[in-house]
Every structure is written in structure tokens, then in C-alpha cells.
Design a protein around this ligand. Sequence first.
Ligand SMILES: *[C@@H]1O[C@H](CO)[C@@H](O)[C@H](O)[C@H]1NC(C)=O
Ligand SMILES: *[C@@H]1O[C@H](CO)[C@@H](O)[C@H](O)[C@H]1NC(C)=O
Ligand SMILES: *[C@@H]1O[C@H](CO)[C@@H](O)[C@H](O)[C@H]1NC(C)=O
Ligand SMILES: *[C@@H]1O[C@H](CO)[C@@H](O)[C@H](O)[C@H]1NC(C)=O
Ligand SMILES: *[C@@H]1O[C@H](CO)[C@@H](O)[C@H](O)[C@H]1NC(C)=O
Ligand SMILES: *[C@@H]1O[C@H](CO)[C@@H](O)[C@H](O)[C@H]1NC(C)=O
Ligand SMILES: *[C@@H]1O[C@H](CO)[C@@H](O)[C@H](O)[C@H]1NC(C)=O
Length: 435
Amino acid sequence: TGQSLAQPLAGLKLSPGAVHSYQDVHVTRLPSGLVIASMENYSPASKIGVFIKAGCRYETPENQGVTHLLRLASNLTTKGASAFKICRGVEAVGGSLSVSSSRENMIYTVDCLRDDIDTVMEYLINVTTAQEFRPWEVSDLTPRVKMDKAMAAQSDQIGVIEGLHGAAYKNALCNSLYCPNHMVGNIQSEDLHQFVQNNFTSARMALVGLGVDHTVLKQVGEQFLNIRSGAGSTGATSQYRGGEVRFPNTSSMVHAAVVSQSAAAGSSEALAFSVLQHLLGAGLHVKRGSCASSKLVQGVTKATADPFDVSAFNASYSDSGLFGVYTISQAVIKAALAQVKAVADGGVTAADLTRAKAQLKGHFLMSLETSEGFLEAMGTQALAEGTYCSPEEISKKIDNVSLTDVANAAKKFVSGKKTMASSGNLSKTPFVDEI
Ligand SMILES: *[C@@H]1O[C@H](CO)[C@@H](O)[C@H](O)[C@H]1NC(C)=O
Ligand SMILES: *[C@@H]1O[C@H](CO)[C@@H](O)[C@H](O)[C@H]1NC(C)=O
Ligand SMILES: *[C@@H]1O[C@H](CO)[C@@H](O)[C@H](O)[C@H]1NC(C)=O
Ligand SMILES: *[C@@H]1O[C@H](CO)[C@@H](O)[C@H](O)[C@H]1NC(C)=O
Ligand SMILES: *[C@@H]1O[C@H](CO)[C@@H](O)[C@H](O)[C@H]1NC(C)=O
Ligand SMILES: *[C@@H]1O[C@H](CO)[C@@H](O)[C@H](O)[C@H]1NC(C)=O
Ligand SMILES: *[C@@H]1O[C@H](CO)[C@@H](O)[C@H](O)[C@H]1NC(C)=O
């Protein structure tokens, strides 16, 4: 599983060039509300993305699943070019166009050689602003939607995490990344148009580039991404409710997640939850014995002789967050929860805290090492806050998290209203009111 987060990463250093270049991130907010963020690294390859606050949280009951279709519709015919021409045009210059989406954002990205920026950026703009959504092309997406859903259904983890969000929230963040069954084949061209019309507005977009001149990007933004101005509504605030969802089947490896509401992304409280996550053991697949410093692994090892996998779970969104534990095994959820309670009760040393902070910083820096990771960090921040916070500044904020902050985060989890999702042979899995 690559480099284990169990290893202390305190020694990790970025190359000097990279450290220097982070200071060259430029961010501009245009009068239309569009945010431009870029870093010129003088690389021969460029990467440009359009980030839009149009993730599945903005779907309504009438158009649920529309963002799943949008994700698949990125190479359909636009007003300027056929689907075929778009594919061939980007490929002809060795570039690529991709789209991904999270609960918060849709992200369209192109990769190309610097010399081809103009050509490829035109496709990027047309794909995000001049969609046609021809009815027959939209209905042709149905088999791909089904295929995506079938692939996702093979993953216990996706099932549990989607179920967890569905049970945790009354609205917005409860929406799934995957088109619900009752909407498959029922989303029409008109639904896609309406969603784009209402959600793809300048004030809810960021144009972000790596290996591109800021002035050039700004010009493109001013000229081409100013078509739907106006603030656009901000959408409903997520309402946490707590609850439980169980997917029983015969699988002996039970997946179970138990969370409480944590904090919105970007807050200092969210950072305390991140430190807590690393203190407990971050990242799935922290296997037995591989992570001596993980409190969760230590606690669960004592409670079972069966194989298990346990980690702290943390998800943060613009207006809420979820924090808790994720276990894969038979019935170790209580042992895992006891460890969080121990932290809430003050069972953390200064040395534990220092190690957790070093791991969090290392994890964060590693996520910026790839151009994908860097573009995503820059784009997400630009869109959410209209600024870019350098790794040095974030490191300082992490250093500022105290033992009390971490204990308070753990207390908030322990006392918070719980949400639980589980799948597998649940004969020995407690219900949420029993934990
Ligand atoms: C982009 O759209 C414009 C206007 O519809 C069109 O003239 C142009 O050819 C399109 N470019 C590409 C690369 O599709
Ligand atoms: C769009 O891309 C998908 C996957 O990359 C591919 O299967 C599909 O054929 C493409 N559609 C068109 C119209 O080129
Ligand atoms: C149990 O359900 C999960 C998804 O919820 C699935 O990934 C897994 O394959 C199923 N196992 C069996 C044995 O059916
Ligand atoms: C996004 O689009 C949907 C469908 O048109 C609309 O109901 C919703 O209000 C839009 N969201 C925002 C935040 O404007
Ligand atoms: C679940 O596991 C128990 C033993 O722990 C077994 O008796 C039962 O048959 C299993 N149920 C299913 C549906 O596989
Ligand atoms: C955990 O929370 C922090 C908020 O500070 C966030 O940056 C990080 O991406 C979160 N991790 C996950 C897996 O959501
Ligand atoms: C550090 O924390 C204190 C209070 O906990 C706060 O006042 C201060 O602004 C923080 N500094 C930074 C750099 O976040």
C-alpha cells in the first residue's frame, strides 16, 4: 500500500525548488467573483483546472444523480465541437481531459504541453460552458451510470461511506456521489442544462493552473468564464441528524464506521480533528503490528485475536464534518471507541501529540508532491476561501494545536450524537444505541 503512514514522517523534506515555488502562488478574484489561482513552475507540462461549487450536495430531490451524469458527460458534444472532435482534438496534442467530482465540487482538468495551452484551454472552456447535452447522448450514458454503480457496489468501503452520509445528514451532504437507483435512466438533457445554468456561475468557480502564467489565465477567465455572472445562491446548509444504516450480507469481514459531527473545513477546530486523526491512526489499511504509535491499533490488538483493520475517519466539508472510527473486522468497534474516549479523558502525552503533528504535516506535504495533489489543494482553497495558504503557514497552524484542543475534539466525538454505517455479517455488530 505504498508508504505507510505508520512511519514517522518528521524527516520528510521537500526539495528546495519546490519549497521556493509555493511562494509563487498567485490568487486574484475578478469582479465577476471568479477566482484565478496559479503557480508558474516553468515546467514544460501544464495542468489547468476549472473548479466549480457544483458537487452532489447541490442536487435537489428532483435531480438527484445529475452530478454523476455530468461527471460522465464531459466529452459530449458542445456548441463548438462534436464529442468526437473534442476527444481527438485533445488527444492530437498528447493532452488529456478529465472530470471528477466530490460532494462539494466538480473539477474539470486538462493536461498538456505548455505550447498547446491555448488549444487545450479552449476545449476546457467549451466543455464547461457550452454544453449541448443532446438527448440521445444523455440517454447513451445510462449503461455507463449502471456500470459505475456496479463497480462501486463491489466496494464495502464506498457502500459504508455513502450510507454514512445518507444517515448523518437530512439534506445536502446526504446526497450520494452515485445516481440513486430510482433516477437511473430518468435524468434528462433538460435536468443537466438546468443544473449547469443554476450552479455553474462565475462566483462559484475557480480557474486554476500549474505551469502557466497568471496573466494569461486571468485573461482567459475574464474573457471566457464570465458568461453566467451573479453570485448564485449559496445552497442549503447541511443539517446533521445522526442515525444508522446497516447493509447485512454474508461477508465475514464487517465494515463499520461510527462518527459524530466534527467541524467545518478551514476552522482551527477542524485542524484539531486532523491531529486527533493522526494520533489515533490515520488512513485505512493500518494493519496489525504495522503502526505501533496508533492508539486505535494498540487498543484493538488487546481486544481481539482476529485479523482487523482500524483507522480514524475524518471528512470535512464547507459547513460540517464527520469524525470517528472505521473498522474492518468482527466486532472491534467498541474497543476502537474506547481509545477515543481515553484521549478525551486526557490520556495523551506531549510526545504523542508531537508525533501526530509531524505525521499530519508529512501527510499534507506528501499530498502536494504530485501535480494532481497540488492543483487540487490550490483549487479547493481558492474556491472555498479565495486565498491560498502556503504549507509553511499551515504547518504553523498545526503547531498551534494544543493537547487541550485535541482532547476537546475527542470529547466532542464521544459526547456527540452518533451516526453508524455497517456492512457484512452483522450478527455480532452492535447497533448505534448499544455502543
Ligand atoms: C469552442 O466554442 C466556440 C463557440 O461555440 C467555437 O467557435 C470553437 O470552435 C470551439 N472550440 C473548440 C476547440 O471546440
Ligand atoms: C467519452 O469518454 C468515455 C470514457 O473515457 C468513452 O468511453 C466514450 O466513448 C467517450 N465518448 C465519446 C462520445 O467520445
Ligand atoms: C456485502 O456488501 C458489500 C457492499 O455493501 C459488498 O461489497 C460485498 O461484496 C458483499 N459481500 C457479500 C459476500 O455479498
Ligand atoms: C443548482 O441547480 C439546481 C437545479 O437547477 C437548483 O435547484 C439549485 O438551487 C442550484 N443550487 C444553487 C446553490 O444555486
Ligand atoms: C453470521 O455469522 C454467524 C457466526 O458468527 C453465523 O452463525 C451465521 O450463519 C452468519 N450469517 C450469515 C448470514 O452468513
Ligand atoms: C481531515 O480534516 C482536515 C481538516 O483540517 C482536512 O484537511 C483533511 O482533508 C481531512 N481528511 C479527510 C480524509 O477528509
Ligand atoms: C494560535 O492559537 C491561539 C489561541 O489558541 C490563537 O489566538 C492564535 O491566533 C493562533 N495562531 C495561529 C498562527 O494560528
